[in-house]
Design a protein around this ligand. Structure first.
Ligand SMILES: *Cc1c(COP(=O)(O)O)cnc(C)c1O
Length: 443
């Protein structure tokens, strides 16, 4: 493991935590009160563990690739802040940057130089981006991108892909339903991911009314689904021909798939790009980027209003700068690709030994396991995978001290803090889980 994690502090925290362990009875009480005071006991639905069963987890500490609950139990973490933590939990450069920032002041209310610095880092890394507007979440970035596209084109319709997630703005939720092409409301046309035939038909029918096509450049919210060769290229060609803006949602993939995001990886230049997650180093962030001529539609230069009390928050900027500088000076992408390859290979071997059919979709440090006999290339196929088996796998891993996202439709994330030994531990624990799945099947 690279020495970027505050492991010294973790050890100190460990010895303190032993004496401060919350007893099980108290943990119960907190979980009960969570149900009373928070909707469903959580602030984001997937945290309720409804899709795999078991109590929601309370976590109070995190270091490197591990998290810990108030009772002192530890898990090897593959949730990693839902993809925000590419450098692992509490990476030292990020912690130091936040500490330095806090000493200067938490919120300025006017522009801080760090906003300029993070924007410059993004512009230099992503060729399609000349200017950036920072905001507080990926949801806000995608919502703003669509509003900008509508203003720019004077059209109202948008095209989304089933299973892609762009935050919870009303119009952008259509892609999370199973509706077939063009039945999900008059303004939103939803087509299957990786289905160029359906896309071409939608454009033939509605092309001149469509403001934008928004797509996850590598889908990560129906599990990982990698775009097939030529898919994004064809979206680019057809949108250009019809005067439609192409928006790449790189909230997950930006600076994870490579330093330039997925667009650098596939060599397609979108009109607008949304970012979030990694660029905030673990603090809340969202960003919209594109060519100057297009970004100038935003206020105060143009007529599309966007603003925010916390937009460009100095601490998020500072954590983001520390993260991107680390990724730039010591690119981890090849090592992460090898690490996830090792994980995938180990899981496939263990599953086949127990005669359990799985499909692994992965790109770089993001990976999904589908309990399915056949490849998964769209939302319908992702949803057709065996959820009961996924739930049993997840529960078994949890008992073995390993935490994965509690949903078959979320990606597992590796970070630079993960080691080969930890990946092997995950494979070993999965082997045990697959073996008991096999027994269940034959009972
Ligand atoms: C997480 C995510 C979002 C929403 O970002 P928030 O910061 O959670 O609002 C949007 N698009 C994609 C692809 C995401 O993964």
């Amino acid at each position: 493991m690279r020495d970027t994690v505050a492991s010294g502090e973790w050890r100190v925290a460990n010895s303190k935590a032993r004496s401060l362990r919350t007893p099980n009875s108290e943990l119960r009480t907190i979980l009960e009160e969570a149900q009373r005071y928070l909707v469903g006991g959580v602030n984001s639905p997937v945290r309720a563990f409804r899709q795999v069963g078991g109590d929601p987890l309370l976590l109070v500490q995190a270091r490197g690739a591990e998290v810990r609950d108030p009772g002192g139990r530890r898990w090897l973490d593959f949730i990693m802040g839902w993809g925000a933590l590419l450098l692992g939990h509490n990476a030292l450069p990020v912690v130091r940057a936040i500490q330095r920032g806090m000493k200067q002041g938490i919120l300025m209310g006017l522009t801080h130089p760090a906003e300029v610095e993070l924007a410059r880092l993004i512009v230099e890394a992503v060729p399609s981006v000349e200017q950036v507007r920072f905001m507080v979440s990926g949801t806000e970035a995608c919502m703003t991108a669509v509003r900008l596209a509508r203003a720019q084109t004077g059209r109202t319709k948008i095209v989304v892909f089933e299973g892609c997630y762009h935050g919870h703005a009303a119009s952008l939720m259509a892609g999370k339903t199973t509706s077939v092409a063009s039945v999900s409301g008059s303004e939103v046309i939803s087509v299957p991911f990786n289905d160029l035939g359906a896309f071409e038909m939608a454009i033939r029918r509605h092309g001149d009314d469509v403001a934008c096509v928004i797509v996850e450049s590598v889908a990560a919210n129906m599990g990982v689904v990698v775009p097939e060769p030529g898919f994004l290229q064809r979206l680019r060609a057809l949108t250009s021909r019809h005067g439609i803006l192409l928006i790449f949602d790189e909230v997950v993939t930006g600076f994870r798939v490579g330093f330039g995001g997925a667009q650098g990886y596939v060599g397609v230049r979108p009109d607008l790009t949304t970012f979030g997650k990694i660029i905030g180093g673990g603090l809340p962030i969202g960003a919209l980027g594109g060519p100057r001529q297009l970004m100038q539609r935003l206020a105060p230069e143009g007529d599309v209003f966007h603003g925010g009390t916390f937009a460009g928050h100095p601490l998020s900027m500072t954590a983001g700068i520390a993260t991107l500088q680390e990724l730039k000076t010591d690119p981890p992408y090849e090592r992460l690709e090898r690490l996830s390859g090792r994980l995938a290979e180990g899981l496939l071997k263990s599953a086949s030994r127990s005669d359990i059919a799985i499909q692994i979709n992965r790109l770089g440090s993001m990976l999904s396991v589908f309990f399915s006999e056949t490849p998964v290339r769209d939302f319908a196929q992702a949803k057709a995978s065996r959820r009961d088996r996924f739930a049993q796998w997840a529960q078994s891993l949890r008992r073995h001290g390993i935490l994965i996202p509690p949903s078959p439709l979320e990606a597992l994330f590796l970070s630079t803090a993960h080691t080969e030994a930890q990946v092997d531990r995950m494979v070993d624990a999965s082997r045990t889980a697959f073996r008991s799945l096999k027994k269940k099947r034959f009972r």
